[in-house]
Design a protein. Structure first.
Lengths: 109, 1003
């Protein structure tokens, strides 16, 4: 029963108000993409024990989507932020790095 | 003999006698008794039989950890099985029945299992039930099912009510013993809001029984004063009879309050589930004494030493007159001293430690109690109660030194902190070598959203077993919790506790240490599931070295008490058997709830009519008053058909179809989803959502559209009307409105967030009526108003206007093949409009029709239905809907997926019509047989029925189905076996059975 702060309406929302939407920052592949790219887009998901980026919808609240960066093992929440971005903002990456020294975002590893 | 004594009894009121029955026998106790203490006072030692061997069992504990004394309480609609007698407060008229025996508690046929125990070893069920297969039907199911199970399932509907409470607090303190009370006081002094939960009816926990002083006064006084102080604080809430049931992510916790179990005539809800959000949680849950593993440690009369002390001090009950105490620590001496000073004979203290204990031992010796050090119980003899004890050397194999006759045994194997609530949300444990127990590891607490530990253990639950240590630890825990919740703790000193200094314990996991196989097979670890030392050793021998595997293989700790008494003894036994150390073996996972909670409390008020809200259209009441036979569709109720006097459901449907096809019918279509999509990019957006082109639709026109998931599968369909340049109204299926709305929002918010489009769900703002049949136009014209002639409004067009006095938007669309107008009016006008149509339609023979007639008519026309022809694996191409898939568009959701190899496979089953050779109705969901068998020996199949109906229009059964190469096999006859034993022959035909050219709808 997580509590996540909805950046759209400002409410600290109980998990019962939220609907999960799986991994964040997927890149959509459409017509013309390779079978492999499309397969990965549709089916391949990260399942880390540790830092993870997720999509959530404040379904029984303001109805808006947002992203959460959190630790799947300790349940620590580093930040919640707008869903309208293709990559985590620098401030979010900094917040994670401060708590998890040595951790890097996918492109940086 | 187990009796009431003159001394003690701090919790009972001897002036108030209370009558109750046990297995129908009238008995009496006192106000303040538990059911267990009252039974013991009446010399009722046997309280039930064990689950597997049906051995007679009595209470071994005095609280929530009790594994044996489970009862069926109450009668009829108030009956509840598996209630612990030790936590059941006595009340006038209580009825209790013991469990797990047939025919009676005293004589039980199933006890023969005990004699067969060597044939029922660990893993028995796994080993036994593999072969032979035929035994399942004739032996295992009927025989074992009969004997298995714990308690009896209640017969009727639960007559009680339940409720949920939602609450927020800065600090939640679980446990109302001295640690919990002190932690609450220290936290509350900072100004933080504090909620304290105590599972029993009494504050103070064990301290008033165990003795000692706090700041010079008795523990009872400290408890009374602290409770009074907390009650006076506005920021503190105290709740007894309320168990902290579970701790979950981010400070969520459940409390389980038993409001009227002790006073069933009080009225109001029986249980209340507290749904709590706390910034910090203090677990002051105490500790539980461990039994000793010796042969016959389950004979009624063998009891935890602390429990025996509780029965004496709290309820003035002596479970025996001649008692033997066995221990590996000093605490059990308190029981011996209490027994002796209450006038009970203590025949021996068998102290497993070769040098015995400390000051408490001296005190016991001074009272004249005989103390034998380095001694153990070899075995306890007795059936329904203790008869004698064979005394042996602890370091031996069990050779008896002497046999002592007695009628009760008090045992103590040391204390284990109650770490359950600490562990529920991931708190880790460390092994404390000196005290031989697991306690919370302060470095690895459960963490909250801020990354900090949010659970703080206090007192005995944190491994502090002496009073002064408990109070100091609790004071610190309360302050830490307040600080963590954002408050500044007040400067204060912890109260000073004084108790007798105790000598160290000596871990004893088997008594005697080298007990032979014969004794090990009678030394119980898990009373409730009948698991013995021998079972765990056998599991280890068979390769079950992981504690989680051993647990499942032997069922150790899997009973309703979740191994509260057996856990540590069991894993110590396993560690010994595999030559490992206890911390390496580790514990099994602690899962909530701490003790079982009622299903009623979990459901709360959500039952019956308010389990789920029912959505009603504006015409719902009219339908109800006119014979509606309801069908649930999502949260809506829709009339399946309207029954007339004496009419069968089938006849009603046939009548409605015929009347609609021949005259005119009305359908309440208000439940169809109506999503308004508006904005400069609305057309572009809908082109991505639908498989066909929507941006080219002209205002005033309608188009049928299909929606697919990104996986390519068909998820919804419906008619889209273009309102103006920037506005579309998308109709969805009844069940799809919310889902499709969310689908649109997801893509708009998370992928195309720069597109200028808004979506609004208008479903409930309009009542919609389908006026269908050859007389549909005549009926609407009788009401008067807008021009609905073919010239003014062609098929697949819509217009705004007025019909009679109603504001109407009319869509000329048809799902039945007939001339049809779907008229939307504001929801507030819905009922009046419907009644006006019924009124004006009388001369045309108008009748309402329900969802089944709708289904029959759409099937006659070969229209698909989402959820019938689709099941989440079907793509539009399977359904011959290629005409509704744009070839021109570069992209739409599902387009790329529909190009994957499996989606373009020519052997995908395709939609066709099916017509039985003899006119019968095909069974729904039946499969078409193919030649040969598959790898499982089942017949191969080549298709299945997706929709099947009796068509009154054609006078025969019609169906649709998905068939291998179906469209290329017109005229072929397939075989469909039904579950009724018959095989149906059906011919593959075109799926449009009625008016293939669409002349009827186009007039
Ligand atoms: Zn929100």
């Amino acid at each position: 029963m997580l509590i996540l702060h909805c950046p759209n309406c400002g409410v600290d929302a109980d998990e019962t108000e939220l609907a999960p939407g799986g991994q964040a920052h997927l890149k959509r592949f459409g017509p013309g993409s390779s079978d492999e790219d499309f397969h990965d887009y549709l089916f391949a998901r990260e399942n880390p024990r540790g830092v993870h980026f997720e999509r959530w919808r404040h379904a029984h609240g303001c109805g808006k989507w947002f992203h959460a960066a959190r630790d799947t093992a300790t349940l620590e929440v580093f930040a919640t932020y707008s869903a309208q971005t293709t990559e985590p903002p620098q401030a979010v990456l900094d917040a994670i790095a401060a708590r998890r020294p040595g951790w890097t975002w996918r492109h940086e590893s | 003999m187990s009796t009431r004594i003159a001394a003690h009894g701090r919790l009972i009121d001897r002036a108030k006698s209370v009558g109750f029955t046990f297995n129908g026998k009238p008995m009496r106790g006192y106000a303040g008794d538990t059911l267990a203490s009252a039974l013991l006072a009446g010399d009722q030692m046997v309280m039930g039989r064990s689950y597997k061997y049906h051995r007679p069992r009595g209470a071994v504990a005095s609280g929530a950890e009790e594994p044996n004394a489970l009862m069926g309480l109450g009668e009829g609609a108030k009956f509840e099985p598996n209630q612990r007698a030790t936590t059941t407060e006595l009340f006038e008229g209580l009825t209790a029945r013991s469990q797990n025996h047939w025919p009676g508690l005293e004589f039980d046929v199933g006890a023969v299992n005990g004699r067969l125990s060597r044939f029922l070893p660990a893993g028995f069920y796994y080993k036994m039930f593999i072969h032979p297969r035929a035994f399942w039907k004739h032996v295992y199911e009927p025989v074992i099912r009969q004997a298995a199970g714990l308690g009896r399932v209640p017969g009727g509907r639960d007559a009680d009510t339940y409720e949920h409470f939602h609450c927020f607090t800065d600090v939640l303190v679980i446990g109302g013993g001295v640690a919990g009370l002190q932690a609450a006081r220290s936290a509350a002094a900072s100004g933080a809001s504090v909620l304290v939960l105590e599972q029993s009816a009494h504050w103070g926990g064990r301290a008033p029984v165990d003795g000692g002083t706090v700041d010079g006064a008795g523990a009872d006084d400290f408890v009374r004063e602290t409770v009074a102080e907390l009650e006076a604080m506005p920021n503190v809430t105290l709740r007894n009879r309320c168990m902290g049931a579970g701790v979950y992510d981010h400070g969520y916790a459940l409390g389980y309050e038993r409001l009227t179990d002790h006073a069933p005539r009080a009225g109001g809800p029986r249980h209340r589930l507290w749904r709590i959000r706390a910034r910090r949680i203090v677990t002051a849950t105490g500790a539980i004494e461990r039994p000793l593993a010796f042969a016959g440690n389950d004979v009624p009369g063998v009891m935890l030493a602390s429990a025996m002390r509780d029965y004496l001090v709290n309820w003035a009950v002596a479970p025996g007159r001649r008692v033997i105490v066995a221990t590996n620590n000093d605490d059990a001496y308190r029981t011996a001293i209490t027994l002796k000073t209450s006038g009970i004979d203590v025949l021996r203290i068998l102290d497993a430690r070769s040098s015995g204990g400390g000051a408490l031992m001296q005190e016991a010796r001074a009272l004249g109690i005989r103390i034998d050090c380095g001694r153990a119980i070899g075995r306890v003899s007795g059936g329904k109660r203790v008869r004698s004890v064979a005394v042996c050397a602890q370091e031996g194999t069990g050779g008896a030194l002497e046999e002592v006759e007695c009628d009760a045994v008090a045992m103590s194997g040391g204390w284990s902190p109650v770490v359950h609530l600490w562990s529920h949300c991931g708190g880790k444990l460390i092994w404390d070598e000196a005290r031989a127990h697991f306690r919370p590891d302060p470095e690895r607490p459960p963490r909250g959203a801020d990354g900090e530990g949010f659970v703080i253990p206090a007192g005995a639950a944190n491994g502090e077993l002496a009073l002064n240590g408990i109070l100091g630890d609790a004071d610190e825990a309360g302050k830490t919790a307040a600080r963590g919740a954002g408050f500044k703790p007040a400067r204060s000193k912890a109260p000073r506790g004084e108790t007798v200094e105790e000598a160290p314990l000596q871990p004893v996991w088997l008594m005697p240490r080298h007990a032979d196989a014969h004794l090990r097979a009678k030394a119980w670890l898990d009373y409730q599931n009948d698991v013995k030392v021998s079972d765990v050793r056998l599991a280890a021998q068979e390769g079950y070295h992981s504690v989680e595997h051993t647990k499942r293989y032997t069922t150790l700790g899997m009973a309703t008490d979740q191994g509260k008494l057996s856990n540590i003894n069991g894993l110590a036994t396993l560690a010994d058997a595999i030559g490992s150390e206890i911390p390496q073996v580790g514990t099994t996972t602690f899962r909530p709830p701490y003790t079982p909670i009622s299903m009623g409390a979990i459901a709360g008020e959500a039952r019956g009519a308010i389990f789920q809200p029912v959505r009603r259209t504006p015409m719902h009441g009219w339908h109800e008053a006119n014979g509606a036979d309801w069908e649930p569709v999502g949260q809506w109720r829709r009339p399946y058909t309207y029954l007339r006097d004496g009419e069968s459901q089938h006849d009603a449907v046939m009548r409605e179809v015929r009347n609609t096809r021949q005259a005119v019918g009305l359908l309440d279509a208000s439940t169809l989803g109506k999503l308004l999509v508006k904005g400069p990019d609305a057309g572009r957006f809908l082109d991505m959502l639908y498989t066909n082109m929507m941006s080219t639709l002209k205002p005033g026109k309608c188009r049928y559209g299909l929606m697919c998931s990104e996986n390519g599968f068909l998820i919804d369909d419906g008619v889209v009307a273009r309102i103006d340049e920037h506005t579309f109204l998308c109709h969805t299926t009844t069940g799809g409105a919310e889902r499709i709305h969310a689908h649109m929002e997801e893509w708009l918010q998370t992928e195309w967030w720069d597109w200028q489009v808004h979506v609004a769900n208008l479903t409930e703002q309009f009542a919609q009526v389908a006026v269908v049949g050859p007389d549909a136009r005549k009926l609407l014209e009788r009401l008067g108003g807008m021009d609905l002639s073919a010239g003014a409004m062609a098929f697949m067009e819509w217009r705004d206007g007025r019909i009679a006095e109603f504001d109407a938007r009319v869509y000329r669309i048809s799902f039945s093949g007939e001339l049809s107008f779907e008229v939307a009016v504001p929801a507030s006008q819905g009922l009046a409009f419907w009644e006006a149509l019924m009124d004006a339609g009388r001369e045309f023979g108008v009748m309402p029709y329900g969802t089944e007639a709708l289904h029959v008519m759409r099937a006659e026309k070969g229209f698909i239905m989402i959820g019938d022809e689709t099941d989440g694996t079907v793509i539009p191409q399977d359904l011959g809907l290629g005409w509704a898939i744009s070839k021109k568009k570069e992209d739409y959701l599902g387009k790329r997926a529909q190009a994957r190899p499996h989606m373009t496979d020519p052997t995908r089953w395709k939609l066709v019509g099916l017509e039985t050779v003899d006119g019968a109705v095909l069974p729904d969901g039946a499969y078409a047989l193919a030649e040969g068998v598959n790898a499982n020996g089942q017949r191969n199949v080549q298709g299945r029925v997706t929709s099947t109906y009796m068509s009154p229009t054609l006078g025969r059964g019609i169906a649709m189905g998905l068939v291998l190469n179906g469209p290329d096999r017109m005229g072929e006859v397939l075989e469909f076996p039904g579950t009724d034993g018959k095989t149906y022959q059906a011919r593959i035909v075109d799926q449009v059975f009625y008016d293939k050219d669409g002349e009827k709808q186009n007039v």
